[in-house]
Ligand binder design. Structure first.
Ligand code: HEC
Ligand code: HEC
Length: 295
């Protein structure tokens, strides 16, 4: 069979290269014309490419190419285009207050989108990706505000920070929550009693009993001046409300005892130097929109 085939091939008189392995011969056909053209085109292309683009590595540099193309330049171009697209909005926002921006629908929409991006970059590591917060880091999605939820309050908080006087002397700081245990203002039993009282105040776990009654007296004497008679808190002092189920540091008895014993002084950095006024306005609008905010 093999022999027959070879004989057939031989009959075609095709020129061979003269190489032969085990009876297999190599034809010497010309390359297909289309292949040659493609090959020539790639050669021409590569010469053009080397001339136009950076291509040849030297010891400490490389050929820049007459097009002077670089990824840095490409990125710059893209950024410049993005800046140009934003410019008309940013130029208007500069002259408006957060409230005025809110009243201008297309600017407001732009501010929310932009604020969301800034939040992801600068705020989410503490307040959570969606603003949900964590223990010690307030949830920004609810309508409970330690320092106030009006637009101007939020702008102020972001600009000056909280208990960050080393960064901004106008930072929000009306004193921390004192360490009633460590400073021996209250003893352990008293702290337990007042913690139990807070559980009735927040309308949760406990019904009034002897301990909560004692705690009520301690509360009125020691705590009401900041947290309010009924535990409604004070935004001026940054004292959280204690009469609902929303807690900055968790509302189980153990955590509350920990808070009263050792005190608390949550800190947030000031962003006035790090972000532009426009950025802060946009962020504030974004946060205000998350929670519904205060008017
Ligand atoms: C390093 C952590 C940290 C970062 C980053 C941070 N925050 Fe805060 N933020 C806090 C803490 C802690 C508090 C609560 C402080 C306290 O105990 O009163 C707070 C409070 C707030 C409040 C007040 C909430 C209220 O109930 O009144 C707002 C508004 C706020 N942050 C917005 C932001 C925004 C916007 C950013 C990003 C620009 C940001 N935060 C970045 C830690 C942080
Ligand atoms: C001088 C004002 C002041 C007084 C008086 C005070 N607190 Fe506070 N308290 C604060 C502040 C401010 C905070 C918030 C601390 C922070 O943001 O880190 C706080 C936070 C708390 C919290 C945490 C609330 C949460 O949401 O997790 C509890 C609980 C609390 N106080 C209980 C008490 C009790 C009980 C007393 C009385 C024995 C008391 N406080 C007296 C200012 C005060």
């Amino acid at each position: 069979m093999a022999k027959n085939t070879r004989q057939k091939e031989n009959q075609t008189q095709t020129e061979t290269t003269g190489h032969e392995w085990d009876g297999i011969e190599e034809y010497n056909n010309p390359l297909p014309l289309w292949w040659l053209w493609v090959f020539a085109a790639t050669v021409v292309f590569s010469i053009g490419y080397v001339i136009y683009f950076p291509a040849i590595p030297f010891l400490n540099s490389f050929s820049k190419g007459i097009g002077e193309w670089s990824q840095y330049k490409q990125l710059d171009d893209i950024m410049q285009k993005a800046e140009q697209a934003k410019a008309p909005f940013e130029n208007k926002i500069v002259h408006l207050s957060a409230q005025q921006i809110k009243n201008t629908p297309d600017l407001h929409q732009y501010a929310l989108e932009s604020g969301k991006a800034t939040f992801a970059l600068h705020c989410s590591q503490c307040h959570g990706a969606g603003g949900g917060g964590a223990k010690g880091y307030p949830n920004l999605l609810d309508d409970e505000w330690i320092w106030g939820g009006r637009l101007e309050d939020i702008v102020y908080t972001i600009t000056h920070g909280i208990r960050s006087a080393h960064e901004d002397e106008n930072s929000r700081d009306m004193g921390p929550m004192m360490a009633y245990g460590d400073e021996e203002i209250l003893d352990k039993a008293q702290i337990k009693d007042v913690a139990h009282y807070l559980q009735t105040l927040s309308k949760k776990y406990l019904k009034p009993n002897e301990s909560t009654e004692r705690g009520k007296v301690i509360y009125a004497e020691n705590c009401a001046s900041c947290h309010g008679e009924q535990g409604s808190g004070s935004q001026e002092l940054g004292a959280p409300s204690l009469n609902n189920a929303i807690w900055l540091y968790a509302g189980d008895t153990k955590t509350i005892i920990e808070t009263i014993t050792h005190g608390r002084a949550g800190q947030m950095p000031a962003f006035g130097q790090k972000l532009s006024e426009n950025d802060i306005k946009k962020l504030s609008l974004y946060i205000h929109s998350l929670s519904g905010g205060e008017q």
